[in-house]
Write a protein that binds this ligand. Sequence first.
Ligand code: 13P
Length: 275
Amino acid sequence: MALVTLSEVLAIAQKEKIAVPAFNIDNIVIAEAIMEAAENEQSPVILSIGQGVINFGQFYYLSDIAKRLANNSTVPVVLHLDHGISFEQVILCLRAGFTSVMYDGSHYDFSENITTSTAVIRAAHAVGVSVECELGAIQGVEDGISNSHVNLVDLQEVKEFISTVHCDALAVGIGNAHGMYKATPHLDFYRLQACVDAGTPPLVLHGGSGLPDVLIRQAIEIGIRKINVATEIRFAYIKGLGEKIQTNDIYAIEHQAKKHVFEVATKKIRLFLNK
Ligand code: 13P
């Protein structure tokens, strides 16, 4: 199946009251394991390419792999830029055939976020690509970008933002954090409900690693329609490598890493699809 847009899978998620899993793909083994899990579960899936991949110089290589995997799959697959840092980076992704981009202007002041998000949407929509924006910078470290504050999205800002910025998905800070949680996570579900009540586009939960299942289920129940997972996938991969490293057999090592990623991805998919 050819790649589909984020809007297309979010429409499925809205209808079925599920969240579409968005996994960061850092290499080919991870990408393959995730696709095998999605195929097995017959789940739509978002393959996210983040700043780590771009900084490591593997942007084109992994984008091509994602497109090839999508072409060979029977489930809807989105190729998505995670935490895009600039208008120029978004343009690079449009040219590379992405079907969804995130522009994360949450680190800038509010009016600058509005201005650049609007420009990004204009360019992306002109070529049929979906856009995710962010309000309330999410805590933690993601691919070297760090934010130490617990940021709860400001409801007034949400209302103002969605009245002028017509994004297809909105990531909000409700106590979620990138990386594994250092303390018991608390999500502000009243704030999440208030965002839904304000008429936001489908909402995105970043920091899906380490969140208890009960919180994930409640977030989906309220209206989260895309959940990002990176750290647990990376940890699963590294765990698998470690388990077989003594064999000195590269294929045995990669196979074990793939098995662990497949298991984590399968677990998350079942949870996000309310299976
Ligand atoms: P985790 O690394 O906490 O799973 O977060 C991933 C994420 O939100 C990517 O944008």
